[in-house]
Design a protein around this ligand. Structure first.
Ligand code: GLU
Length: 420
């Protein structure tokens, strides 16, 4: 069983999406189930509607899941597990104040509170799990063998004062309850792994869980891409006109050994292996994503592409592909095509443009651009650039752009709408 466990506390970040994609691929390849667990245990930080936004984005990327859970549905189990750990003396109540906890390491002060002291005490308390006796080892498919000493892990809080679980406790017990066998997540969670291993071992869960921690993605300055930065959210990339198949392609390609640079998700399923993912962080290369987006735009079926930019015919899809010569996102291409259909004006070429508009309105249908051009040239009596530039403006809304001979076959059926 694989899982993707987003927190509804912020936008879905490009790194989170990569985690979801990798889990989904591994589940598909192995025939195992894939679940989504919304980690909503931090009530103060949850943002209303973010869960649905995340699920909608997964749907846009074609990532489907076998079951959807909300972590908060398991609160009763978290409480039961915590109280059984206290019973078994594997966890203890901690009455330390904020002031006392200001030091780097937990002092261990409450480890030896007697039962009497515990019962005759009205102070708020957290529950801490006792630090492990030995070093905790685990193997990570990407990072190799990892080990954390007892003092790295320390005695840490599993239940807050309000008796809601901490992230580590809820996550570790949910992974156990839900029978997760392989955890693929960002490397920012690597120091949580020994804590979660300790929690499950202390409860008595012996099933082995495998791990793969994906290196963080760096921005162009070589700094960690901020999770809170608008510009690294998946929604931002979609809004900019990067297509889901291109984003997916790029995220699978990043820091990976791939047989070819441009591929579909179905193709990636045949060769993807987690062990090929580089151990070190990679910079997010927007130029590469632009290139990949252009290549995927060319691969989308014409009518489908046309629909993605608000039209619905094969010729407009073909026109969109032609515009990959000068634009790399569907949003930019849409702008260019909308301009073709917009009202044309030009101060510089006002007269010529006006003349051509009138002529086109009554012109017969021409199959070939050359014939159309000759007809307009003769009728308008315009010459050289005084003819060519207004013609370019009339047909594209711009003084320059793709070759009109290439555009004409794709727009010839819309000339009356365009020449206005
Ligand atoms: N909810 C955590 C996050 O969004 C992920 C936890 C996990 O994958 O274990 O960062």
């Amino acid at each position: 069983m694989y899982r993707f466990a987003p927190s509804p506390t912020r936008n879905l970040h490009i790194g989170n999406l990569r985690v979801a994609i990798f889990n989904y691929i591994c589940a598909k390849q192995s025939g195992d189930m894939f679940i989504v667990r919304i980690e909503d245990c931090n009530k103060a930080k949850n943002i209303e509607g973010k869960d649905q936004e995340i699920l909608d984005i997964l749907a846009i990327f074609g990532i489907s899941y076998d079951a959807l859970y909300y972590q908060s549905e398991n609160f009763k189990y978290h409480l039961q597990f915590a109280s059984s750990l206290v019973d078994k003396k594997k966890a203890f109540a901690c009455f330390c104040t904020q002031e006392e906890l200001k030091t780097d390491k937990y002092s261990g002060k409450c480890l030896h509170v007697s039962d009497d002291e515990l019962l005759n005490n009205n102070l708020p308390f957290t529950i801490r799990i006792k630090k492990p006796e030995d070093t905790i080892h685990f193997t990570d498919t990407i990072k190799g063998n990892m080990s954390f000493t007892s003092s790295d892990v320390d005695s840490f809080v599993i239940m807050n004062q309000d008796k809601y679980p901490t992230y580590n406790f809820a996550c570790a017990t949910d992974d156990m309850i839900q029978g997760i066998k392989y955890i693929i997540r960002g490397e920012d969670h690597i120091s949580n792994t020994p804590k979660q291993e300790l929690i499950r071992k202390s409860i008595g869960y012996e099933e082995e869980i495998k791990y793969a921690h994906l290196p963080i993605i760096l921005n162009s300055n070589g700094k960690k891409m901020s999770k809170d930065d608008e510009g690294s959210s998946v929604k931002w990339f979609l809004d900019q006109g990067y297509m889901p198949e291109a984003i997916m392609n790029y995220l699978i390609l990043l820091g990976n050994k791939v047989p070819t640079e441009i591929f579909s998700f179905t193709e990636a399923l045949t060769w993807f292996e987690l062990k090929n993912i580089s151990k070190s962080s990679e910079k997010f290369d927007i130029d590469k994503l632009r290139f990949i987006n252009r290549e995927h735009i060319k691969l989308v079926e014409d009518v489908e592409l046309s629909k993605r930019i608000g039209y619905s015919c094969a010729s407009i899809g073909k026109l969109a592909k032609l515009y990959t010569q000068e634009a790399s996102t569907t949003a930019n291409i849409k702008d260019k095509i909308d301009t073709i259909f917009a009202l044309k004006s030009s101060d510089e070429y006002k007269e010529g443009l006006g003349k051509l508009k009138t002529i086109v309105k009554d012109a017969p249908y021409f199959e070939k651009f050359d014939e159309f051009k000759k007809y307009l040239e003769k009728k308008s009596e315009l010459k050289g650039k005084n003819f060519l530039i207004p013609l370019q403006i009339l047909l594209t809304g711009k003084k320059s752009g793709p070759d009109l001979a290439e555009i004409y076959p794709l727009i010839k059926n819309y000339l009356q709408e365009i020449a206005k």
